[in-house]
Design a protein around this ligand. Structure first.
Ligand code: ZN
Length: 157
């Protein structure tokens, strides 16, 4: 198990556009495995490669309560979205804060797995929110730019 340092808001790497992965080699596999370790250790439901300082189009997501259903998405793309949900959102790169963001309630995405096999995934509610949030990271977009109203400080009662 290897943990990577999570970059925080203010770090310019979080505002850059990540590059597509052309080949899954040993380094990429190691990165994916470290991203999963880092996400679980931080109790997150998703992590994008730029959040650990790597500008590649890779995200990992796990919205299951048991945290035993990792989804690895390489070069992901949203191909369909519908509906709307408004709710609280947080980000491992913006520690201690949450904010209200409106997103699509349903998305269908296409991505490649670690064998570079293409797959599609559909999600609603939390999974749809996580997919949209993580894919935004690949384009240098933080949820803080989409928050309605103020960011809420979780530490304050
Ligand atoms: Zn995030």
């Amino acid at each position: 198990m290897a943990l990577r340092k999570i970059r925080e808001i203010g770090d310019p790497v979080l505002e850059k556009v990540a590059k597509p992965v052309t080949e899954v080699n040993r380094k990429i596999r190691e990165l994916v495995s470290d991203m999963l370790d880092t996400m679980y250790e931080a109790d997150g439901v998703g992590l994008a490669a730029p959040q650990v300082g790597i500008l590649k189009r890779i995200v990992v997501i796990d919205v299951s309560p048991e945290q035993d259903s990792p989804i690895v998405m390489i070069n992901p793309e949203i191909i369909e979205k519908s509906g709307e949900q408004t709710g609280g959102e947080g980000c491992l790169s913006v520690p201690g804060k949450t904010g209200v963001v409106t997103r699509a309630n349903y998305v269908k995405a296409r991505a490649f797995d670690e064998e570079m096999n293409e797959f599609e995934i559909e999600g609603e509610e939390l999974l749809a929110r996580a997919i949209q949030h993580e894919l935004d990271h690949l384009d240098g977009i933080l949820y803080t730019t989409k928050v309605e109203g103020d960011l809420i400080d979780n530490d304050k009662e």
